[in-house]
Design a protein around this ligand. Structure first.
Ligand SMILES: [Cu+2]
Length: 152
């Protein structure tokens, strides 16, 4: 009787501790704050006469997951997130409503893949860089500078 009296609370206590540990671990994992750094931001100017330009960069996330909702820039009123997809052997661009940014991972925006598309842009001659703001759900707005590369 005395044995049961002692073992039961000890077991209950251990189970509670285990549950609390599991709860804290999974909870912290989900709540981990994103730690986002944007690098290698460049804008490819199209051939003369064309009115769309693509912006490429890398999103390094050293923290928890985030989501990229949109991008904006003073040089264009119409900025979209795009991806390239293969359809019947043809490369097509597709607009993304948003993009999940996984934690502890680098997401590459590069030719033939993800990119930010500027429509009807207006960039004065001899401009070497333009501002671009990326809007994240958790991180908020991140302002970067895109270096302008002319097509060769
Ligand atoms: Cu595009």
């Amino acid at each position: 009787m005395l044995r049961n009296f002692l073992i039961y609370p000890a077991t209950a206590f251990l189970i509670l501790m285990l549950a609390a540990t599991v709860y804290l671990y999974t909870g912290n994992k989900a709540k981990a704050v994103p730690d986002i750094t944007i690098s290698s931001v460049s804008l490819r100017l199209p051939a003369p006469g064309q009115t769309t330009a693509a912006v490429y960069f890398e999103i390094l996330n050293a923290g928890g997951a985030d989501e990229l909702l949109s991008a904006s820039s003073p040089v264009s009123a119409n900025v979209e997130l795009h991806n390239h997809v293969h359809e019947n052997g043809i490369m097509k661009m597709r607009k993304l409503e948003s993009l999940k940014i996984r934690g502890l991972q680098t997401t590459f925006f590069k030719p033939g893949g993800l990119h930010v598309m500027l429509f009807d842009f207006s960039i004065p001659a001899n401009t070497t860089a333009i501002p671009l703001t990326l809007h994240f759900v958790r991180t908020g707005d991140v302002r970067v500078i895109a270096i302008i590369e002319t097509q060769t």
